[in-house]
Design a protein around this ligand. Structure first.
Ligand code: GP9
Ligand code: MN
Length: 630
């Protein structure tokens, strides 16, 4: 080896620069190839290129604070850890389509779940994530004099000045792309896209620390305050004696209709009904035509949480993942005490949305998940099993359950991006707005409708129908604001904040065999389902924290609060994001004064609910109840 070359190898700055470039290139490669980040424009592309550099310099630069003797080791350890964080996310993403969060890491079980398939999730090309580390290691070990990572204080200062400078540019651009990114959104893909994978983990750690500290500092007085609030609300609403116990002892079947908004009901596309079966079913059911979803970023999992607990989800993240170890008083747990067998059925992996952990917390006896269904390339699409085979394969499962059961069926085929993989699935023509996901949406909704029809037929054939009440509901919106242009074409009107809030309506159909149908116009939401179901079953659960009220009660307030702070009543619609107030009937924009108290009430109620979840307040419920009974 020539001497000159050897000398170069001993230069610390060269080693440092090469290491930084390696890690930068590798991280960019990961962001570009391993994750779906939906880069929408050249600014986002630029952000993606610069995001890794500030955190790489920041972390690798920490090595300079170690004594010269330990510095190389510290440097390589930090390099290894950053590589590991990147690679762990790459593998995790392949499976969960999501990024690792600290709460997920702490739920070690989720990782054990991944364990079996982790090997199959690794690809030969993944060596690319490690060759750089190997090269640097060999460089360090082979060069005799070892590159001395000794920089002048001024140089180190400059490195950190660069860190701050680049981070500021990054944050500024991110803020322009997504205003209030850090406070308002918790879409992990967006955070990674705009802040970079390493900064995302810093953000996640801060948020986790905040959540766990609010649990530590919570005390039972906070619960007393919440109890006073909900008890007075319950007291006002009361219970409708005519319906109390109407379905006592019957099986309860919940059907979560994936991404189904109410506007598809009784609507035609190209002259054909989109939901022919549901349209018929409505005639023999209680159909709630002013019913809204209350979900936030936890989507399906939020709807499940809200319905089982009558508590709101959080404004950031999904309670299913952030607070899965809290104490709750959920419907499955309550009705188990009354002899019910609570189960959930869904053709996706059991750990998706952390269901396997959360279901135990909520009191489900069993979760029939993808692992127990027969899933092939033909009978699955998108996240998993198609709805028709899902219901078909579920029949023997519920047949064997101890009665009465509380069984939740979660459909999945009508999920963004609304794809079909077989002509048989396409029972109507797509819409023609030119917006692919909106156009296909009608086909997958139609397919889901067919699957529910088959389900009802099978329930009848198997003699399960008569003794069962059916509660069908849309879990959350399917078409987001990004598709307003196409939606205005479909609805034939402009989508203003008023229409946007109205689009959060989802169908709720309560079908009780033998009872006559009726349209129910009361304004309500998923938050009201727990008290509604418990009352139908004749279960009186007082001294519980429920923010909803019985939808059958005549004295209930016609009102629902959406997770973003919007409020709908029989008179007004308050659109929180736009801060606009509308007349519910005419849709006319009116003076904000009319909505001011609603806005305030929404804040109060959502804050109370957040306190309960973040502070894990229901762990104090028993002692509180004892106090009031004394
Ligand atoms: C995944 C399915 C869809 O298992 O429930 O979840 P979503 O993305 O709608 O929350
Ligand atoms: Mn969903």
């Amino acid at each position: 080896m020539n001497k000159n070359y050897k000398e170069w190898l001993n230069k610390g700055w060269l080693f440092f620069t090469v290491a930084v470039l390696f890690l930068w290139a590798k991280t960019y490669y990961g962001l570009k190839t391993a994750f779906t980040l939906d880069i929408e424009n050249s600014i986002q592309q630029f952000i993606l290129i610069i995001t890794p550099i500030s955190s790489i310099l920041f972390f690798l630069g920490l090595a300079f604070f170690f004594s010269p003797k330990r510095r190389n080791k510290a440097f390589m350890t930090i390099y290894f850890l950053l590589s590991f964080v990147l690679y762990a996310n790459v593998v995790y993403f392949r499976f969960f389509n999501d990024f690792i969060t600290l709460p997920v890491l702490m739920q070690y079980k989720n990782f054990l779940d991944l364990g079996g398939s982790a090997k199959s999730l690794m690809h030969p090309m993944d060596l690319l994530y490690w060759v750089d580390f190997a090269i640097l290691l060999i460089w360090l070990l082979r060069s005799k004099a070892k590159p001395a990572l000794a920089f002048r204080k001024r140089t180190i200062g400059m490195i950190y000045a660069a860190v701050i400078g680049i981070a500021a540019v990054n944050l500024n651009l991110a803020e322009q792309e997504r205003p209030e990114l850090l406070v308002r959104t918790f879409d992990r893909a967006k955070l990674v896209k705009l802040l970079g994978i390493y900064n995302y983990h810093i953000y996640d750690s801060v948020m986790t620390a905040k959540t766990s500290s609010s649990r530590v500092f919570a005390d039972s007085n906070e619960l007393t305050e919440v109890l006073n609030y909900v008890n007075s609300k319950q007291g006002q609403a009361g219970v409708n004696g005519e319906y109390f116990g109407k379905a006592e002892g019957k099986n309860v079947v919940l059907v979560s209709l994936e991404s189904t908004q109410n506007f598809v009901i009784n609507r035609k596309m190209n002259g054909q009904e989109i939901t022919p079966f549901l349209n018929d079913l409505i005639d023999d059911s209680f159909y709630f035509s002013n019913f809204y979803h209350n979900t936030g970023q936890g989507k399906t999992s939020d709807s499940e949480f809200i319905i089982d607990n009558s508590l709101y989800g959080l404004s950031r993240g999904a309670v299913f993942t952030t607070n899965a170890n809290n104490e709750y008083n959920a419907t499955p747990e309550i009705i188990k005490e009354h002899g019910y067998t609570p189960v959930s059925l869904h053709g996706n992996h059991d750990s998706f949305w952390n269901r396997n952990t959360m279901y135990k917390t909520l009191g489900y006896d069993h979760f029939y998940s993808k692992e127990e269904y027969h899933v092939t390339d033909e009978n699955s699409v998108n996240y998993g099993l198609k709805d028709i085979p899902f219901f078909e394969q579920s029949m023997p499962m519920i047949k064997g359950l101890d009665k009465p059961y509380y069984a939740k069926f979660i459909t999945m085929t009508n999920h963004y991006p609304y794809v079909t993989n077989n002509e048989n699935m396409e029972m109507i023509e797509p819409a023609e707005t030119g917006d692919g996901s909106v156009d296909r949406y009608f086909q997958t909704v139609r397919y889901m409708d067919e699957s529910v029809k088959k389900f009802f037929e099978m329930m009848k054939e198997q003699g399960e129908y008569e003794d069962t009440i059916f509660i069908l509901y849309g879990d959350h919106y399917g078409i987001s604001e990004n598709h307003n242009r196409a939606m205005s074409e479909i609805l034939g009107k402009e989508i203003r904040p008023f229409e946007h809030v109205q689009l959060q309506k989802v169908p709720l159909i309560i079908h009780i065999p033998g009872m006559e149908g009726k349209e129910m116009t009361t304004v309500g939401g998923q938050i009201d389902l727990k008290p509604t179901i418990l009352n139908l079953l004749g279960i009186d659960e007082n001294n519980d924290v429920q923010f909803g009220t019985d939808l059958f009660s005549e004295d209930r307030e016609d009102k629902t609060i959406l997770r973003d702070g919007s409020v709908v009543t029989d008179k007004y619609v308050y659109a929180a994001e736009a801060e606009l107030c509308y007349d519910k009937e005419t849709g006319e924009e009116i003076d904000g004064e009319a909505c001011a108290p609603l806005k305030q009430e929404a804040q109060t109620e959502l804050n109370y609910s957040d306190k309960v979840v973040n502070g894990d307040l229901l762990r104090f419920l028993e002692s509180e109840t004892e106090k009031t009974e004394e």
